[in-house]
Ligand binder design. Sequence first.
Ligand code: FEO
Length: 135
Amino acid sequence: MSLFIWDESFSVHVSMFDQQHKHLINLVNELHNAMKKGSVKEVLEPLLNDLVRYTQEHFAEEERLMQETHYPGYLAHKQAHATFVDKVTEFQSHYKESKTKLSLDVMEFLVEWVKNHIKTVDHGYGPYLNERGIR
Ligand code: FEO
């Protein structure tokens, strides 16, 4: 069973970013499913690495477009990304060093952050970019 499913309420009305968000959600689900199956660290760690890497790539794409279009919420949005990346990379390195476990709490944090970020912060740029012909 998937942890969460992308639906229209997640749409930011910019197709490239909707596709990226769908992929991001799939990665979160994949990691969560592997964790529920009790997969070993050798399986979980690459999944976690994929999730962190893809998240950073996605953030960079959004930031590039927001900056290029002089989106007024750019700096606050970039800061939200940086805070999340700091938290997740810290967790990632602790996990690699076996100082922590991949717990349901961590998964819930990831899921809630992704959901809230897309539905609030990301939704802010949709109309702005649409008005500039970006869909
Ligand atoms: Fe889709 Fe701002 O991350």
